[in-house]
Design a protein around this ligand. Structure first.
Ligand code: AHR
Length: 503
């Protein structure tokens, strides 16, 4: 039996958890928008053509900000194509995903949908094939009340109220060779800096996210962040991080330790941002928008799915429709633990993506919608996480991984409201074979009246929810809890994710 020991003290806080940490991402990619959130012919479609079953699931998931419209898609996107009378909207080639974009959904419709799911729209401008002027135009269209060319056009299009978008991404993954118009750090820094400064002339209160490298594995990582922040520091508020994880072959031990990679990634970007701050003698702190993160089996796609005959680029093809297992959901849950552990500096995050495309929610055209395994760690963390992240003292054995050296078998984080109330602990057991008895020292919390827990695990770590069996995997009450004097004990099954609430 493996034992782990956790001490919680509410005086040791990491920082407030910004609700934007529970954001997501909707890109015009595959069936995320069309046949995902929008399917006018579906029996559950509302008056605007949006699937109400999907809306309900998105609400249940508990997402806050929703990044839109891309992703790689945005670097070839003309936002004007997606506004105004639908019958006049052009069909365009989407070079990012070799698809045809019908533009039946654009900024106005998406803003309407965002309200229906009770989310906050976060908008990315195209800095791949476009520039400052188009960014200013879309800002004017979205946020100005009326009295100018673009704001009046929005009103004429039937949207009298401004969308009032507060968070804006300055392009997407501009260092990636796959990105339309990708550039060097210096080129991007110039454009981002000028665009940010122009946008802030319209509204100095905007929160602008500048592109970090598209991943910590990029050859330019670190240097890119340094160059870009050095040039844009005064005009931007956040820098983006993107990370996707998948197992290498059957090295599940390393895969289960993906959170270690995410922790190191965040620490490196924080260090770089603070280095630039120090050099500039600035009082301002740049935080992180981790605006793409997930498990993604990239090795299964790439060339296989790309349709190359330009005359046949389809509308809303099935792309990147990963089916997620219990193993994937446990890794996913551990990534959420990493994000919360850095709540003082990661003040926004977007699960990429939301529906059908590497998503927690799947749909079938004309058919049902269902929750993937990854739905549960997200919805439970979003629902149960309290206001403040707590620093923990965790003593537990380690195991050897090929990628990250020796890694603790258990990872955990706790949260609590500023004025007390229940404490929630989120924990993963990364062992492929062994249960762990987790002993939680609650002495500093005062009297604990009771505790309850749910865990996600299965004898078959590859079990998944599918169209044919949509509830194969669901979280189960963990009844192993023993409440003692100043301690609580709970058993964590092998390869499991657990949410424990202490009252
Ligand atoms: O989320 C899928 C893609 O991953 C996004 O379009 C891109 O930004 C990233 O490379």
């Amino acid at each position: 039996m493996i034992r782990a020991h956790l001490t919680i003290d509410p005086h040791f806080t990491i920082g407030p958890i910004n609700r934007r940490l529970f954001g997501s991402f909707v890109e015009h990619l595959g069936r995320c928008v069309y046949d995902g959130i929008y399917e006018p012919g579906h029996e559950k479609a509302d008056e605007d053509g949006f699937r109400t079953d999907v809306i309900e699931l998105v609400r249940e998931l508990g997402v806050s900000t929703i990044r839109y419209p891309g992703g790689n898609f945005v670097s070839g996107y003309r936002w004007e194509d997606g506004v105004g009378p639908r019958e006049e909207r052009p069909r365009r080639l989407d070079l990012a995903w070799h698809s045809t974009e019908t533009n039946q959904i654009g900024l106005d419709e998406f803003a309407t949908w965002t309200k229906k799911v009770e989310g906050e729209l976060m908008y990315a401008v195209n800095l791949g094939t476009r520039g400052i002027l188009e960014a200013l135009d879309v800002l004017e269209y979205a946020n100005l009340r009326s009295g100018t060319e673009w704001s009046d056009r929005r009103v004429a299009n039937g949207y009298a109220e401004p969308h009032d978008i507060r968070m804006w991404c300055l392009g997407n993954e501009m260092d990636g060779p796959w990105q339309l118009g990708h550039s060097t750090a210096h080129e991007y820094a110039q454009l981002a800096s000028k665009t940010a400064s122009a946008m802030k002339q319209i509204d100095p209160g905007l929160e602008l996210v500048v592109c970090g490298s598209s991943g910590a594995q990029m050859p330019t990582f670190g240097h890119w962040e340094h160059v870009v922040l050095s040039k844009t520091y005064d005009n931007v508020d956040l820098i983006s991080c993107h990370a996707y994880y998948e197992p290498k072959g059957d090295d599940y031990g390393s895969f289960l330790a993906s959170g270690v990679n995410m922790d190191r990634f965040i620490d490196a970007v924080v260090a770089t941002a603070d280095h630039v701050k120090a050099v500039r003698r600035s009082d301002k702190t740049i935080n992180i928008s981790f605006d793409e993160w997930n498990v993604w089996y990239q090795s299964r796609y790439n060339e296989v799915d790309k349709i190359t005959d330009v005359a046949e680029w389809p509308v809303a093809p099935r792309l990147l429709e990963d089916s997620y297992s219990v193993l994937d959901a446990v890794v996913f849950g551990s990534l959420m633990i990493s994000l919360i552990r850095h709540a003082d500096r990661v003040t926004a995050a977007s699960l990429a993506q939301l529906v059908n495309v590497i998503a927690p929610i799947m749909t079938e055209p004309g058919g049902p919608a269902w929750r993937q395994t990854t739905f549960y760690p997200f919805s439970l963390t979003s629902r149960l996480a309290r206001q403040v992240a707590l620093e923990l003292k965790l003593d537990c054995p380690t195991y050897a991984t090929e990628e990250y050296g020796d890694v603790p078998i258990v990872d955990a984080i706790a949260t609590r409201d500023e004025d007390g109330g229940p404490t929630t602990v989120f924990a993963v057991n990364r062992s492929l074979t062994d249960e762990v008895t987790l002993e939680v020292d609650t002495a500093a919390l005062g009297a604990v009246a009771g505790a309850e827990a749910v865990s996600l695990f299965d004898d078959d770590i590859h079990a998944a929810n599918t169209l044919g069996d949509p509830e194969r995997v669901t979280p189960r009450a963990n009844t192993s809890i023993e409440v003692g004097e100043g301690t609580i004990r709970i058993t964590l099954p092998p390869v499991s994710w657990t949410a424990l609430t202490l009252d």
